[in-house]
Design a protein around this ligand. Structure first.
Ligand SMILES: [Zn+2]
Length: 133
């Protein structure tokens, strides 16, 4: 169901990364907006954008030389895209309200709060399960 068209452009690795990162969005955002991997027609670069093509992460593009690059760049692109579409900083630290940044810890991509004392909030893809638990 339309999935094959996306698979042509986006590698399995980037598609899997996007599925993982989108799970970190709130239920409310996920119900309203569908994100996918978009190839810019002029440059051929890959971005995260709205499935209908209205917006994409103009400031950040996707790269995937390693698993961390894939998940990290997808997360940054989704942050950009959420900012453009919804005008919100996402995600925020539940304790301090700062915008979170993707960092690498022990080879794993994590959401990190860079406040006075920087700390890891959750692994990328586990933000909502972390809140629920
Ligand atoms: Zn914090």
């Amino acid at each position: 169901m339309g999935e094959n068209e996306m698979r042509d452009d986006a590698s399995e690795r980037l598609s899997d990364a996007l599925t993982k990162v989108v799970a970190d969005l709130s239920e409310r955002i996920r119900s309203k907006h569908e994100f996918s991997i978009i190839r810019a027609p002029d440059s051929g670069y890959l971005y995260v954008g709205l499935k209908d093509g209205r917006y994409w992460s103009g400031g950040s593009m996707l790269y995937e030389s390693t698993d961390f690059d894939a998940i990290g760049s997808v997360a940054e692109c989704l942050q950009d895209c959420v900012m453009e579409v919804l005008w919100i900083v996402w995600p925020e630290c539940p304790s301090h309200g700062f915008g979170l940044h993707v960092r690498q810890r022990s080879g794993e991509a994590v959401w990190s709060c860079e406040g006075a004392a920087s700390h890891v909030v959750a692994a990328v893809g586990a933000l909502n399960s972390k809140k629920a638990g």
